[in-house]
Design a protein around this ligand. Structure first.
Ligand SMILES: [Zn+2]
Ligand SMILES: [Zn+2]
Length: 288
């Protein structure tokens, strides 16, 4: 068994924080070292870090940066300013910005909930991008597996709330993939990651995003049915009926959009990347 030699002196506090299971402290310390020029942190310096911190610890450091939260929101969402978090406007029409849910995605992180890539030292950026995508793909798979078990007709109390929470979660995960596609495209090729490899990964993220959107259309169908049922059951509460009708109308409209273009669920960079997929892949996706 080979063991990694002890890290050079400046890296010791980072290694210690990681060993103590304190990822936030490790992030702070490593950023400090980079800012002070005490360790090489350029885009080609990952091999240096792997050699001196070790593969496992470098992996932990990448994960610590990948899971550093956006400073401006909680989990990618914030109260919608257009409707004051109510989900509908003065005339009972559903709020488009937050798709009638009262929660809008954070502008800073595109709803991903993670800190922007510029916060991450250059040497770790590609690792962070790939790490975030890996987790997002895993979460999407888990959620869509669960969704495939649901009946089309929503039933039971809080069905709409339940579906809306899943829709927002999936949209946040699309935000992770969108940032990743954009960030990966802007990074220079690294000595250890070929451009071809990155393009292959990126394509996989875009394909997953399109598949995820299909599941979101299914969810919106359930939400529309649920809002319709709520409107019918509103009885002598015309206000509640109008709001539920407004919701049903919005969800129906969203389902008819192409990739949610120009709506609160739009991810323009993913949409542009999906448009550039090879025709045979696009055809296969359309058949799902
Ligand atoms: Zn709103
Ligand atoms: Zn945010």
């Amino acid at each position: 068994m080979t063991s990694t030699p002890p890290p050079p002196k400046p890296l010791e506090p980072v290694a210690a924080a990681l060993a103590e299971g304190a990822p936030r402290r490790a992030v702070k310390r490593f950023r400090g070292l980079c800012e002070q020029g005490q360790v090489p942190c350029g885009s080609d310096d990952l091999p240096w870090l792997l050699k001196h911190l070790g593969k496992a610890e470098t992996g932990k450091l990448i994960d610590a940066f990948a899971t550093t939260r956006c400073f401006y929101c909680r989990g990618g969402l914030e109260r919608c300013g257009d409707c004051d978090g109510r989900g509908y406007l003065e005339d009972a029409a559903a709020c488009e910005t937050c798709i009638g849910l009262g929660l809008a995605r954070c502008d800073y992180c595109d709803g991903s909930g993670w800190v922007g890539i510029s916060f991450v030292p250059d040497c770790l950026q590609m690792g962070v991008i790939i790490d975030r995508a890996r987790h997002a793909l895993r979460d999407i798979e888990r959620i869509t597996d669960e969704l495939s078990q649901l009946p089309l007709d929503p039933n039971g109390p809080n069905a709409l709330k339940h579906d809306a929470a899943i829709l927002l979660r999936l949209n946040g995960l699309l935000g992770v993939l969108e940032n990743d596609v954009l960030d990966a495209g802007q990074l220079n090729t690294h000595a250890h990651q070929s451009r071809e490899h990155i393009e292959k990964l990126t394509q996989q993220w875009v394909i997953t995003a399109v598949r995820t959107q299909h599941r979101m259309y299914d969810l919106l169908r359930r939400m529309e049915l649920d809002a319709q049922a709520t409107a019918e059951q509103a009885g002598d509460r015309p206000g509640a009926r109008a709001i539920a009708r407004g919701r049903a109308e919005l969800y129906r409209r969203l389902r008819r959009t192409n990739g949610f273009e120009q709506t609160g669920l739009d991810h323009p960079y993913l949409r542009a990347a999906a448009a550039k997929l090879p025709p045979e892949i696009k055809d296969a996706l359309n058949e799902i």
